[in-house]
Design a protein around this ligand. Structure first.
Ligand code: FES
Length: 229
């Protein structure tokens, strides 16, 4: 479908955009929407945008390429892949943007708060004060390194990590078995979206190799723990 990029927002060091898309096509947190500017119809649909934090009544997607501008016409496909699903019984939820912006995880705040869960964002905010100011006051922010001391507290952990850094999660979660549920958004290039099975997005799991574009990009944490590379 063809849509308009209405406005652009800065979120920390990344940009998000407000898109004019009917609510029935809005992605779940963790799902992606392949996009292509109308001005470049020959280019493949390789810019994958995710739901990011914003007001509830409009669709915010990001991270946006630097050269996209308000008013641009964008071809966009419906939501693809598997998104996050927080168990309804989870009462203590952690969010872990691992060396990435928390922008793709923050849409989970509303879902967790609606089921009265306590929330901790494990993140080293640095100078990103604008993101901290957008968080509801019920959200606690703790350094990434403090996660290891809080593993018994968690019911559910949502992670966003680049594919190349997936193995580093094992050292952060320094226990032989996980005492909680979790899901991981594996951040990687997904140039073909599974159409030509290029394999660029292959992720090693306990069930063998899987494709982030069709089997993910959100995977169960227990399927990646101690096997990822
Ligand atoms: S992007 Fe080509 S197989 Fe996943």
């Amino acid at each position: 479908m063809l849509t308009k990029l209405l406005e652009i927002n800065q979120i920390g060091e990344e940009r998000s955009g407000i898109f004019d898309i009917h609510e029935k096509y809005w992605p779940q947190p963790g799902q992606y929407m392949p996009c292509q500017p109308d001005a470049d119809p020959a280019a493949p649909l390789v810019t994958n945008l995710f739901r990011v934090i914003g007001s509830d009544d409009r669709l915010y997607l990001g991270p946006l390429p630097d050269n996209w501008l308000p008013g641009d016409s964008i071809h966009i496909l419906p939501p693809q892949g598997k998104g996050f699903s927080i168990p309804v019984t989870a009462r203590r939820v952690g969010l872990l943007p691992f060396d990435v912006s928390p922008m793709r995880l923050l849409p989970l705040l509303k879902i967790a708060l609606m089921q009265n869960a306590a929330l901790v964002l494990f993140w080293d905010a640095g100078q990103n004060h604008d993101i901290l100011h957008r968080l509801p006051i019920m959200v606690e922010v703790a350094p990434t390194g403090s996660l290891a001391e809080n593993l018994d507290w968690l019911d559910f952990l949502a992670v966003d990590v680049e594919l190349a850094k997936l193995s580093q999660l094992d050292s952060l979660l320094s226990i032989p078995e996980l005492p909680f549920d979790g899901q991981v958004l594996v951040h990687t290039d997904m140039p073909c979206r599974g159409i030509s099975e290029c394999g660029v997005c292959a992720v090693r799991t306990t069930r063998g190799w899987h494709l982030a574009c069709t089997d993910g990009p959100v995977f169960q944490l227990k399927e990646l723990f101690h096997v990822a590379q």
